[in-house]
Write a protein that binds this ligand. Structure first.
Ligand SMILES: C[S@@+](CC[C@H](N)C(=O)[O-])C[C@H]1O[C@@H](n2cnc3c(N)ncnc32)[C@H](O)[C@@H]1O
Length: 209
């Protein structure tokens, strides 16, 4: 099914294909962390629809998802957060190559600290960093989202393991607990999309301030 969806979704353009190839060559197995091509197309589409002034990405790596989000912007800024100078140096290069450098900022450091210090109301956020940090990032992001703002969270199906009653390993249990936390949060409306490894769409309810 995943292959079929990829084959029938808009393909990456040459710049994204080059970034994916360079990431594979430069980072080896870590390249698996990159979002999938169909997710990239979806991120651009959602960004175009939401038209955020302030967009935030937690977990930038070599830049694939940030290029997709930044391409969808019409006047706003994407604020990226990551800990890795090495990986994000590739992202920086591709923001320049893509002509997006003037609409992307990068802050290096543990995202709990850098997000805590971020003081603008967020219209759109994408969370794809260390999974143990998800509950803390979620609290910070929902707190800073404007009412009606949208948060997207990656890997929430955890290769389908979250729905397998026989899986009890720590990372599966942790992702289940995160999904429960979100599903039970009265501040938001939520749906998990079975796109790639699971992408959760979380809208902060408009009547919340
Ligand atoms: C799954 S990758 C992000 C992939 C990226 N969205 C893409 O499409 O290429 C996770 C990223 O989270 C970053 N990360 C890990 N721990 C972090 C932390 N405590 N604070 C900020 N970023 C962190 C890693 O350096 C890595 O680049």
């Amino acid at each position: 099914m995943a292959r079929y969806i990829l084959d029938h979704s808009t393909r990456p353009d040459p710049l994204l294909a080059e970034l994916a190839a360079e990431t594979a060559a430069a980072t080896g197995e870590s390249a698996e962390m990159q979002i999938s091509a169909d997710q990239g197309t979806f991120l651009t589409m959602v960004t175009q629809l939401v038209a955020p002034r302030v967009a935030v990405e937690v977990g930038t790596f070599t830049g694939y998802s940030s290029v997709c989000i930044a391409r969808g912007l019409s006047g706003g800024t994407l604020h990226c957060f990551d800990v890795s100078e090495e990986w994000t140096s590739i992202a920086r290069r591709y923001w320049h190559k893509a002509g997006l450098a003037d609409r992307v900022t990068l802050t290096l450091g543990p995202a709990q600290d850098t997000l805590s210090a971020f003081d603008q109301p967020i219209d759109l956020a994408f969370l794809d960093a260390d999974k143990p940090g998800y509950p803390a990032y979620y609290e910070l992001l929902v707190g800073k989202l404007r009412p009606g703002g949208l948060l997207m969270v990656d890997n929430t199906l955890w290769t389908g393991h979250v729905a397998d009653p026989d899986r009890h390993d720590a990372s599966t249990v942790r992702m289940r607990e995160f999904n429960d936390l979100v599903a039970e949060d009265p501040r938001v409306t939520v749906v998990i999309l079975p796109l790639a490894d699971g992408l959760t769409m979380i809208r902060k309810n408009p009547d919340l301030s």
